[in-house]
Design a protein around this ligand. Structure first.
Ligand code: ATP
Length: 587
């Protein structure tokens, strides 16, 4: 199959914002893809060559792409760069110049998908002194045989700016309607949630149908989408919701780690599937030594501890472990512990369908719990009073709060889903603020007065998992310290966009747009009905959306979350509904 076919599909896809239409455009295209190319095609639709948990990048900055465009089109670099400054997107620059300079692109060989995959693999594996020259060469060879539309998407892929607007949920919808039925969507999604590999799912369905999907199991090396907690505004509601009895665990404030141990294999994945193995060599080593079996997948929270007292330190300490460089020093400076709270797989057995009490027992049985390897503190409670006492102890021990966990037969591990089998309750809920929200930066406003020359405020959005779109909820201008104000442009630069993000609904136009990428933790006094904001439009009141009153940045950038993992519109609506009943700290 030729790359021109997929490029044309991208062009049509970009012309719509409607999820159903996007699904049908992708599905119609998938029907034409040969089975042996399907897997690559699914990754390419997402601007990649591999599933999300391979952290390999093409390593081509915009300027290197521009240099290659200049070489291929014969247009002097300065002109190419000036055009890029105006347009902002190397893909559109390539499209425009290759269209104008058709005579220079001699079509010697049609650009097949197989050739694109081969060249992109060469680009991602280039290393050393010559790497920039080689990357230019491989891209130039593809651009040489590209028409304008192919060039546009090739340049976007290598510069990491694919952004067709199709979310992974839309792609799964398209895979479903192409190879299965809508009724089978949930099973397909479960297979995706336990493998995090959309290419594998599509290829399996195309080759072996639902039989193949049923044969997909949890496996060491394939990260599992994490299970998430719902929230309620009081401990008494939580106990009621859990039918009077449940387990409650300390909610540690650290970095979630999913650890996969196999024969000569150990890897730590973050909740957004980054590889954290090198950041936690101490945990990796101790876990491997203290595990008594062959293969296991566990989850736990890594927290920083005081080297002398062993006391839990704040989240700000542990994030210093996420560095890419000088890890050896950081490991010495910041001692850590992991508090294991779940086991998802053991010695060939998928445990995700086992109830929580069974999974919990296995942690103690198969790990030597000592030193930096700990198990989360847990108690079975039968009353609000017991829960309240446990919650206070959690706070004294510097935890964020508690997580109540169902102990019934239905208490399975629901990969990739947020539900009431786990309910969190944090100390934030007791103060003046309703809770913290994790919101996506989608725009910035230039500052004035003391903030002149910097960004003065940010436009923040939340994710609507129903529609797959983002909607604004507040303008955020407080809680920024000097260092954050100075660093904001460099943190956000990668996401700068010349136009409104494709998937954003907003009534406000900021000075600068950003593609969803950076998530900030924000506290607010109240979730309100807002005529100015677009999230949750018409759900509570006709013509209005929802907003956050008195939003303030907590200082925490949620690098561990994807934009789609930000606080969702339905969570915010739930907060709007419950906040009126939350008048006392814990009851
Ligand atoms: P938050 O910002 O409140 O941590 P979240 O969206 O990251 O929320 P939730 O599912 O809402 O995730 O809350 C559970 C999070 O709490 C987990 O992602 C995990 O990192 C952390 N955590 C800490 N202690 C525990 C525990 N004992 N059991 C489960 N999760 C825990």
């Amino acid at each position: 199959m030729n790359f021109a076919n997929i490029a044309e599909m991208f062009r049509v896809l970009e012309s719509t914002e409607a999820r159903l239409e996007m699904t049908s455009i992708i599905s119609n295209f998938l029907k034409t893809v040969p089975k042996n190319e399907l897997r690559d095609v699914i990754y390419i639709i997402q601007g990649k060559l591999h599933p999300d948990f391979y952290q390999i990048e093409f390593g081509m900055a915009d300027k290197l792409v521009l240099k290659t465009i200049s070489l291929t089109s014969g247009v002097p670099y300065e002109i190419v760069e000036n055009l890029w400054i105006k347009i902002g997107d190397p893909g559109e620059v390539a499209e425009k110049l290759i269209k104008e300079k058709k005579q220079i692109t001699l079509f010697s060989e049609a650009l097949s998908i197989a050739r694109v995959v081969k060249n992109l693999k060469l680009i991602e594996t280039c290393e050393g002194k010559e790497s920039q020259i080689l990357k230019t060469k491989y891209l130039a060879s593809m651009l040489h045989d590209s028409g304008p539309v192919e060039a546009k998407y090739l340049c976007r892929i290598v510069s990491g700016k694919m952004r067709t607007g199709a979310s992974i949920m839309t792609i799964l919808d398209a895979i479903t309607i192409t190879f299965a039925t809508k009724e089978e969507r949930a099973e397909i999604e479960r297979a995706f949630n336990i493998t995090c590999d959309s290419g594998l799912i599509a290829e399996t369905l195309a080759r072996s149908g639902m039989r193949g999907i049923h044969a997909i199991h949890v496996k060491v090396g394939n990260p599992i989408k994490v299970m998430l907690a719902e929230r309620l505004s009081s401990l008494s509601e939580i106990i009621d919701k859990m039918d009077g009895t449940c387990a409650i665990e300390y909610k540690y404030d650290g970095i979630r780690a999913q650890v996969h141990i196999g024969k000569n294999y150990v890897r730590i994945f973050s909740r957004r599937l980054e590889d954290l193995t090198n950041n936690f060599p101490d945990i990796t080593k101790s876990l491997t030594n203290q595990f008594k079996g062959e293969e296991v997948i566990i989850e736990g929270e890594c927290v920083a501890v005081n080297s002398e007292t062993g006391q839990i330190q704040s989240f700000q300490e542990i994030v210093r472990r996420r560095r890419k460089y000088n890890i050896t020093e950081t490991v010495k400076d910041i001692p850590v512990k992991i508090f294991i709270f779940d086991m998802l797989y053991l010695n060939g057995t998928d445990l995700t369908s086992e109830p929580y009490p069974e999974r919990r027992k296995l942690i103690e049985k198969w790990f030597n719990i000592t030193g930096i390897i700990q198990i989360s503190c847990m108690k079975i409670v039968h009353s609000m009073e017991e829960a309240d006492k446990f919650f206070n102890n959690a706070i004294k021990e510097r935890c964020e709060g508690i997580i109540a966990k169902s102990i019934g037969n239905e208490s399975v591990y629901r990969a990739g889903s947020r539900g009431f089998l786990w309910i969190k309750y944090k100390k934030d809920y007791c103060g003046n603020f309703v809770d913290s929200f994790d919101l996506v930066v989608v725009g910035a406003f230039y500052g004035m007065g003391k903030r002149a020359g910097k960004y003065g405020a940010l436009l923040m959005a939340s994710y609507d998992s129903e529609s797959g779109r983002y909607g604004t909820v507040c303008k955020l201008g407080t809680g920024f310290d000097d260092s954050f104000l100075d660093n904001m442009p460099s943190i956000l630069n990668k996401y700068k966009s010349n136009e409104k993000p494709h998937l954003l609904d907003t009534k406000i136009t900021p000075d600068i747009w950003f593609q969803p990428g950076i998530i900030l933790e924000v506290v607010g006094a109240e979730v309100t009905i807002s005529p100015n904001h677009a999230a949750g439009m018409n759900i509570i009141k006709e013509g209005s959306g929802i907003g956050i009153r008195f939003p303030r940045f907590t200082g925490r950038i949620r690098y561990d979350k994807e934009p789609e993992q930000s606080t969702t519109v339905s969570e915010m609506i739930q907060m709007y509904n419950v906040q009126f009943t939350n008048n006392s700290p814990s009851t």
